[in-house]
Every structure is written in C-alpha cells, then in structure tokens.
Design a protein around this ligand. Structure first.
Ligand code: DAT
Ligand code: MG
Length: 150
C-alpha cells in the first residue's frame, strides 16, 4: 500500500553532517520525498511528539536532546514506507541495530540514535499532522522536469 511516514533527522545527525547520507538511503531505496523542513522545536512541541513516552525515566533527557538543535523533519511516501522505513533505520538501540541500517552504521548510543521514524499508520498520521500542519502544501507527484518545455 502506498502510504506516508514521518522521518526526522535528530540534532546529532544534523550536527554530525549526516543529513545527505540519511536522505540518500531513503532516495536510493526508491521512496519519494514529499515535504522537508529544517527546524528547532521547543519543549512543549517535543513533549507532544513524544507524549506516548512521558512516563519513561528517560523522557526528560529525550526531550532536551530533541530540543538541543535543528532537526530535519520530512514526509516520505511509498509502498509500505512505514514498516520498510523502520527497517532502513534499524533497532532503537544502535548496539542492536544491524550493520547496513542507518543506526547500525551511524550511531552508538540509544540516547543519540540520529533518526526518528513513525512506528505505525496511526503515529505516522499524527506525526505528519503535528510537524506539517500545512499538509496541503506538500508537493504533487514528481514530474520529470526534463519533459517540461522551456
Ligand atoms: P524508536 O525511536 O526506535 O521508535 P521509541 O519510540 O521506543 O524508539 O523511543 C523513542 C526514543 O527514545 C528512541 O529513539 C531513543 C529513546 N529511548 C528509547 N528507549 C530508551 C532507553 N531505554 N534509554 C534511553 N533512551 C531511550
Ligand atoms: Mg518510536
């Protein structure tokens, strides 16, 4: 099923110069970028994004980490992109992420695991609405620019 997911390059991924590397993996897989924005979030926004984890002992640290610098928020589209995107990302703890995955190749610590991806259709919908409330401005199907007369 063609669907959309929310993917975010976390502050450590941006600071370490991994934006192009991470985007490249989704592009080369064949998924389509629908929306993208570099932004810094405040505390209440970060807490809303991670509201399901609010009772966890690591919640405050997680929120501080996400607020600590710019992130790259994106919407990617394609067949089974929610689940397949999670496979590209790898396990939550980079110590257990398989080599070849983004976290497996690029991260060491669970608290600095460079990327977020929605984990279900429900969370994808909620996260896309949270991060891209202007949703209708997302680009249409990509047209081959070489076919447009100039
Ligand atoms: P994921 O990001 O793989 O969907 P999650 O939704 O369970 O994982 O948790 C969100 C983030 O919270 C995760 O990317 C890193 C952090 N986190 C999860 N479990 C943690 C733990 N036990 N200690 C520290 N940080 C943790
Ligand atoms: Mg999650």
């Amino acid at each position: 099923m063609v669907e959309q997911t929310f993917i975010m390059i976390k502050p450590d991924g941006v600071q370490r110069g991994l934006i192009a590397e991470i985007i490249s993996r989704f592009e080369k897989k064949g998924f389509t970028l629908r929306a993208m924005r570099l932004m810094t979030v405040d505390k209440s926004f970060a807490e809303t994004h991670y509201q399901d984890l609010s009772s966890k002992p690591f919640f405050a640290g997680l929120v501080s980490y996400i607020m600590s610098g710019p992130v790259v928020a994106m919407v990617w589209e394609g067949k089974n992109v929610i689940a397949t995107g999670r496979l590209l990302i790898g396990a939550t703890n980079p110590a257990q992420s398989a080599p070849g995955t983004i976290r497996g190749d690029l991260a060491i610590d669970i608290g600095r695991n460079v990327i977020h991806g929605s984990d279900s259709a429900e969370s994808a919908k909620a996260e896309i609405n949270l991060w891209f409330p202007e949703g209708d401005k997302m680009s249409d199907s990509m047209r081959d620019v070489r076919s447009i007369p100039y």
